[in-house]
Design a protein around this ligand. Structure first.
Ligand code: FEO
Length: 171
């Protein structure tokens, strides 16, 4: 049985990961509407990954016999006033998620809940990649986004991203 505080934080994380999926779907919709279907595809795949993250937290709790409460998922309320703004929002959001995972880690460590820290190790690494991907996208946009021809090529590159199931598999 997991400690009550750690369980509560894990439960909140399920909601945060589903919100991440919502946020990225919202961004994806925005880009599709703007005619940038490559960007739209990139964020749709990202949304699928976030749904997987939520399911991994859910499964970990289930595997440890913890009662799960599915709370309301808030809808994103952001006005995208430029093509770059969603990219900045995505990076900001990933930094927030990294901090959130670190908080759970710290709480688990305090009570020597090594089972949970071991589970979270994958997410700590994943967040490093998530932040880097967001930063890379911003850099690429800054380099190529303002010229129509190179934006077209960047959009085509992002259209090639395909969904892959997470490498973390829980029993
Ligand atoms: Fe599930 Fe992008 O953090």
């Amino acid at each position: 049985m997991l400690n009550e505080k750690v369980s509560g934080l894990l439960n909140e994380q399920i909601n945060k990961e589903f919100y991440s999926a919502y946020l990225y779907l919202d961004i994806s919709n925005y880009y599709y509407n703007e005619g940038l279907d490559g960007f739209g595809n990139w964020f749709r795949v990202q949304a699928q990954e976030e749904r997987d993250h939520a399911m991994l937290f859910l499964q970990y709790m289930q595997n440890n016999g913890v009662k799960i409460t599915l709370n309301q998922i808030q809808g994103p309320d952001i006005e995208y006033t430029s093509h770059k703004l969603p990219l900045d929002e995505a990076l900001k959001h990933e930094q927030y998620i990294t901090a959130s995972i670190n908080d759970i880690y710290e709480e688990a460590l305090k009570i020597r809940d090594y089972r949970t820290t071991q589970f979270l190790d994958w997410f700590v690494k994943e967040q490093g990649e998530e932040e880097k991907n967001s930063e890379d996208l911003i850099k690429k946009y800054e380099l190529f986004g303002t010229d129509a021809k190179s934006l077209y090529m960047l959009n085509s590159e992002l259209a090639t991203r395909v969904y892959a199931a997470p490498s973390l598999i829980l029993d």
